[in-house]
Structure formats: structure tokens, C-alpha cells
Design a protein around this ligand. Sequence first.
Ligand code: KG4
Ligand code: ZN
Length: 352
Amino acid sequence: MILLGIESSCDDTAAAVVEMTDGARRVLSSVVSSQTAVHALYGGVVPEIASRAHIEAVVPVVTEALSGAGVEPARLDAVGVTFAPGLIGSLLVGVSFAKAFAYSHGLPLVPVNHIKGHAAAAYLTDPALRAPFCALVVSGGHTSLYDVPEPTSYVEIGGTRDDAAGEAFDKVGRVIGLPYPGGAAMDRLAADGFAHGYGDTFVFPSPAIADGTLDWSFSGLKTAAINQIHTLCQKDGLPDGSALPLSVREGIAASFTRAVTDGICAKLAAAVRERAVTRLVLAGGVAANSHLRAAVAALCAREGVDLVVPPPSLCGDNGAMVAAQAYFEALAGHYADTSLNAYASDEYSAFV
Ligand code: KG4
Ligand code: ZN
């Protein structure tokens, strides 16, 4: 099957052409138009600006994905599009475009849940990957653990009760003066911090909730790190966290990262043992974090779990992951017609 995948749930307009068969998966093209530079001016995604930028980008991005793959619309077997969850205005641009494109070319339309899409990037990484598996999706909007008995069925077994891990990385990064979004820069700053032995400089609360569930809370950790930065600034009369010495900023980044990775791994280890997990997918934008990848890989090696983690290029939002999940949704007969709507949250979008 040759599929076009369209993604516009947040601040990336993305499209890709992917060939999926039972045994092979090939990304024929993948185009991502990022709006980061625009939103960086405001320190976060401005929904109205995001919607407008998607409108400007969607036609050129899809056109480039098709021409890059050397595939005419007539050769496509289906069009997959992210319809939930995300920013409603952003989602609506991709959904409206996909409906019109599919209708005008007489192609089947396949709605794709963004979280399932993130995990589906793993099929492109390891063509031998088959459900059942356990999926940990860590992104700017989500941190959730799922049982995936079949490729289209996601049962949440744990997750954050407040902020997502990516959101916490971004906020702490902002307070120590890193450009938006801070996640990738925090990754590099923490690496320097670990290399200099600053990984235990600060003791931050664990995001793993100590109550026997598989849930996390990242807001307490985020607030503790931000308070620590403010206290250090006040003590030395500094205007903001960007003025702190590099060694202190490295210490904050490394200690915060260690709290995140330890907390995530604590619940992951509990899930692996309680549920006899043998196969794990780690996905989402924060799965690009080198420290989280290393910590989860070490845990899986210790526990004898097969781990599939997409390369960083497939961790952030992209169209290829949407096309990959659309393949399995299409096999299950999950098509939509032109009445397809977009949904901001999972609750209203028939997640399963
Ligand atoms: O999946 P994604 O692209 O968008 C959402 O669905 O939210 O995830 C974006 C998030 C942002 O918070 C970004 O800072 C974070 O992923 N991120 C990282 C890294 N690369 C991206 N966080 C930590 N370390 C990274 N290397
Ligand atoms: Zn995402």
C-alpha cells in the first residue's frame, strides 16, 4: 500500500509518502515545515498563528512530499490524516485539506490519532515489529504508557496527571535562558553537566507518583527546578536564570534530566514486571532525548525487553508516522468520509 500521511496537530506542517506491506516499510519522502522560529518570539506555540501558518504551508508541503517520492496522487492507495488530539485550529487545517484531497482524487481517507501515530514510527524503524507491545509516548503534550494488543487498539495503563515531560523540559529550559523549545538544548546542556560530574548537584522530586499506579506528575518537578533557579538568582542578585554561571545551568539541566529519566524508568520497570512486557516502543518528541534513550535502553537490556526507538528524525511530529498508522487503520477498515471532524482531546475522539 502507498500512503500519504498528513500531520498538523501542533506547530509542524508535515507530509510523507510511505510504502507499507506486510514485511517491508519504506519512507519514500518526508517533509516537515516547522513554525518554531515564529513561535520562539512568544516563548510558546500561539494557536491562532499556528493555524494560519498551517494554511500557508499545507499545499507546498504535500506537493513536495509527492514530488519527492515521485508519486502521482493516482498511485496512492489512501490518505491518512491526524484528526486528534491537538490544537483544534491546527488539526482542522490538515483534516480539511486531507478531506478535499482524498475526495478530489477518489482516494480512501483514514483518520489517525496523533499518539498512535507517534508509536507507529517504530514500525518504520523495525519492519519486524508486530503487536502486541507496550508503548511509552513522551511528547510536548503527552506522557503515557499503553498496552497495544493490536496495532489499532491502545489501552492506557499509566500516564501523567498534569504536565507532559516535554512541557517540563521546555519550561525549565526557558527559565535558564534556552531558546524555545528548550528540549533539545536541555539535552545538550545536561550532557555537558553529566560530563562535568554535575548530575547530582540538585535534588529534585521524582515525577513517579508513589502510590502503586503507573502514573507520573511532572508539575512538582518543574516547579521545584524553577524555584531553585529563582532562589539562586535572588541570592546572587541576577536578573534571570540565563545569567547564572554555565556550571550551575549545566547542574540544573543534568539534575532535572536525571529526575525525569529515573522517574520514567521507575514506572516503566514496574510495568515491565507487573505485566510481563517483552516488547517496548519508546516514541514522541522527547524520545529524541539522548539520556532518556540510554536509560530506557539500559532498563530493557536488564529486563530482557526488546526495545524499538525511532531515530530522532522520526520522534518529532512527522507525516511518515501518520502514514504508518494509517496503513494499520486501513487494514482494519477504519475509514472516514467527508464528515470527518477534528478533536482537540482524546475524550471526544474515540481513542480506541
Ligand atoms: O512529539 P512532539 O514533536 O510534539 C508533540 O506532540 O508535543 O514533541 C515536542 C516536544 C517538545 O517539548 C520538545 O522540547 C521535546 O519534544 N523534545 C525534546 C528533545 N527533542 C524534542 N525533549 C528533550 N530532549 C530532546 N532531545
Ligand atoms: Zn507529537
